[in-house]
Design a protein around this ligand. Structure first.
Ligand SMILES: *Cc1c(COP(=O)(O)O)cnc(C)c1O
Length: 397
């Protein structure tokens, strides 16, 4: 007997579960890329895509994953010798900083550790100290996918404004777009970077750079041919949208994903679902933690991501639990990424639950139920009442 047989649930923080509607839309022979349905569809889709990021600005679409979108955003705005201020709350902003450095950009990194959000006062102080305005851009993430920290972007905007600094604000929303509340224009973000395979529920392969007119005017004139966002924003010919052949099937999948968002009631309904499901998971994790080593990495719920939760669980039990729930329950949890603790240099004590995109109450309660079975089977101490607490959150919502 094997109780993992049946439908798998990939509960990692990207790629997320692709809905059948998305997969079925992609299951077709290659469409005409010169005229007709695909060409018409993309023109109509661009406003819907911008609506997800809550911007009236522009979007450049790349055949790329998040790393490609990082490089696109960096290269369009930052020239060799320019300075970027990188605000790291775990892992991903720091890697974006490395991407910039490899392009010859100088970086100044503020490390906020692995359990804290960006502290606006420190950003303001760093910008005030830059009296010659050498810093061209401030880079950060909305959600750090390794730590589960969610940064307060409006507070960061206030800090930049308080310092009266002209730097552009660039935010990585790869993990958080279509999961956490995000208002690109209202929050004064100049550049937003995203990708298809997390909240947008489409297989990895599309990267997005959203930008406002201020960022557009600040473009680095020496940007490379492929990353140049200018032809992608206002293409004269269809192929210029994509710097070459269109990502035909991914576009069909993305169209279906955007339709699903509209049918759910729009992006605000999607945000609310993610908030409730995140609180459902936290209720269970906190109850288990009452009687054992389980601990949500980020203590304050106000700065926790609604897309992913990182947890610690004794020195090696994070990896043991992951293996058990996969082999016996068909649920794949995320590995601890870049995390370590005393006595656990490899981070085997950590794991992550992805709760982004196409997930609902029964998937969340099912995953939590299998985790509880794993805790019992592995004799990992844990508190009682977790599943009941999780069910209560759903009931009250
Ligand atoms: C997943 C992720 C990335 C990297 O995206 P890839 O598609 O793997 O290149 C970058 N930043 C954040 C916040 C992410 O969650």
């Amino acid at each position: 007997m094997n109780l993992s047989f049946g439908r798998d649930y990939l509960a990692i923080p990207g790629p997320s579960v692709s809905p059948e509607r998305v997969l079925n839309a992609m299951h077709t022979s290659a469409p005409n890329i010169y005229e007709g349905a695909l060409v018409d569809m993309v023109a109509d889709m661009v406003p819907d895509l911008k609506a997800v990021a809550r911007t009236q600005g522009h979007v450049a679409i790349y055949i790329a994953n998040g790393h490609g979108a990082w490089e696109a955003a960096a290269m369009n705005l930052l020239a060799p010798g320019d300075m970027a201020l990188v605000l790291d709350t775990g892992r991903f902003a720091g890697i974006w900083g490395t991407v910039c450095e490899r392009l010859g950009v100088k970086t100044q990194l503020i490390d906020f550790g692995k359990k804290s959000a960006v502290i606006p006062e420190r950003v303001e102080a760093a910008l005030r100290a830059d009296t010659e305005h050498k810093i061209k851009a401030v880079l950060t993430v909305q959600t750090d996918t390794a730590t589960g920290v969610r940064n307060d972007i409006p507070l960061l905007r206030e800090a930049i404004d308080a310092a009266e600094h002209p730097a552009l604000l660039m935010v990585d929303c790869i993990a958080s777009l279509a999961c956490d509340v995000y208002e690109m224009d209202a929050w004064g973000v100049d550049v937003t970077v995203a990708a298809s395979q997390k909240g947008l529920m489409t297989p990895p392969g599309l990267g997005f750079v959203f930008l406002n007119d201020k960022a557009r005017a600040a473009q680095n004139p020496n940007v490379s041919y492929y990353w140049d966002w200018a032809p992608r924003i206002e293409p004269e010919r269809f192929y210029q949208f994509f710097g070459g052949t269109a990502p035909t099937h991914h576009l069909l999948g993305l169209r279906a994903a955007l339709d699903l968002i509209a049918e759910e009631g729009g992006i605000e309904a999607v945000w609310k679902r993610h908030a409730v499901l995140a609180r459902t998971a936290w209720a269970a994790f906190e109850a288990w933690g009452q009687g054992g080593p389980m601990e949500i990495n980020v203590a304050d719920p106000a700065i926790r991501s609604h897309a992913v939760t990182a947890l610690s669980l004794g020195a090696h039990d994070g990896s043991r639990l992951r293996r058990w729930v996969q082999d016996n329950g068909g649920v794949t949890l995320g590995i601890g990424l870049g995390m370590s603790a005393p006595g656990d240099p490899n981070g085997d004590g950590f794991f992550r639950l992805g709760h982004m995109g196409h997930i609902n109450a029964h998937m969340m309660l099912g995953a939590l139920g299998v985790i509880e079975s794993g805790l019992k089977a592995l004799s990992i101490p844990h508190g009682d009442g977790a599943l009941s607490a999780a069910a209560q959150v759903i009931a009250e919502a």
